[in-house]
Ligand binder design. Structure first.
Ligand code: AMP
Length: 282
């Protein structure tokens, strides 16, 4: 397994492999890898001939008051984990390598969905994500890319971008990997105290209760949302948003759910840590 830091050397390394007809899989990450990322890497290793894990803490997707500076960084451990799962390359460029002229003026945006759900509270976040992911697609020339459903709006926006802009890449969705307790794995879980970690289960428990209610016939969007909100509040979390959206369009559902498949999207603070989670209603 090789760590590559420059765009040129990644291109030079991958070009001959692509020429030989090798299928290249890309797993974009911000590092501090855990089992959630591990599932993405595993999926790529099983589907593709060559797996590239990118580790890049992308500054342009963080707001001014967000956790860019305190975000955990441990490239060596990340490389070891990626290697143990079978990755071939870790691409870990510097900010200077990715943005040599400072913040880019050419941006990829979804003008509608970038300001909904997480985007409403993180202005500029999704254009930062779509821009860096576009760069990584173009730099790697990957045939396949793997994203987690933990970031539901993100994978939806990436699939839409690929379709809208005709990127020649196949996007794979990987199911949420949870801790035994049910808490969705996240690099940000490291910020939680033991007490907050226990409280954070309020999100998952609420989503689970809402799903049970849905399966028992509940179709009222407001009742489904209330179930999740109450669970978060009872666990001493502070709700940022809980919404029910169409899986197909990601537009908000109101009133009563019909036949269209929906997903509950939630974000809440436990202490100073903001966590997101979601649950499909199928
Ligand atoms: P991040 O490093 O947080 O930007 O995440 C990189 C990729 O890993 C994204 O596609 C995430 O959706 C995915 N990911 C992070 N946590 C999980 C998880 N618990 N289960 C599945 N995928 C995850």
């Amino acid at each position: 397994m090789q760590i590559i830091k420059s765009i040129d050397s990644l291109r030079q390394t991958l070009a001959p492999l692509a020429k030989e007809g090798k299928r290249i899989g890309l797993v974009p990450t911000m590092g501090a890898l855990h089992e959630g990322h591990g599932a993405l890497i595993k999926a790529s290793v099983s589907e593709c001939d060559v797996t590239v894990v990118s580790v890049f803490l992308n500054p342009i997707q963080f707001g001014k008051n967000e956790d860019l500076d305190k975000y955990p960084k441990r490239l060596e451990a990340d490389a070891k984990l990626a290697e143990s799962i079978g990755a071939d390359f870790v691409f870990a460029p510097s900010v200077q390598e990715m943005y040599p002229d400072g913040d880019p003026m050419t941006l990829v945006r979804d003008e509608q969905l970038e300001s909904m759900y997480c985007g409403a509270y993180r202005p500029g976040h999704f254009r930062g994500v779509l821009t860096v992911v576009s760069k990584l697609f173009l730099i790697s020339g990957a045939n396949d890319a793997f994203f987690g459903e933990k970031d539901y709006q993100q994978v939806f926006l990436i699939e839409k971008m690929v379709k809208d802009l005709n990127f020649n890449i196949k996007i794979h969705r990987v199911k949420i990997v949870r801790e035994e307790s049910g808490l969705a794995r996240s690099s940000r879980n490291e910020y939680l105290t033991d007490e907050e970690r226990a409280q954070a289960l309020g999100i998952y428990n609420g989503l689970k209760a809402a799903k049970v209610a849905y399966e028992a016939g509940e179709r009222s969007v407001s009742k489904i949302r209330d179930t999740v909100v109450k669970s978060i509040v009872a666990a001493r979390g502070v709700v940022q948003y809980v919404e029910v959206a169409s899986q197909k369009t990601l537009q908000k559902c109101n009133g009563a759910l019909g036949d269209e498949k929906a997903v509950i999207l939630a974000a809440a603070f436990f202490g100073k840590t903001r966590l997101i989670d979601n649950m499909e209603l199928n």
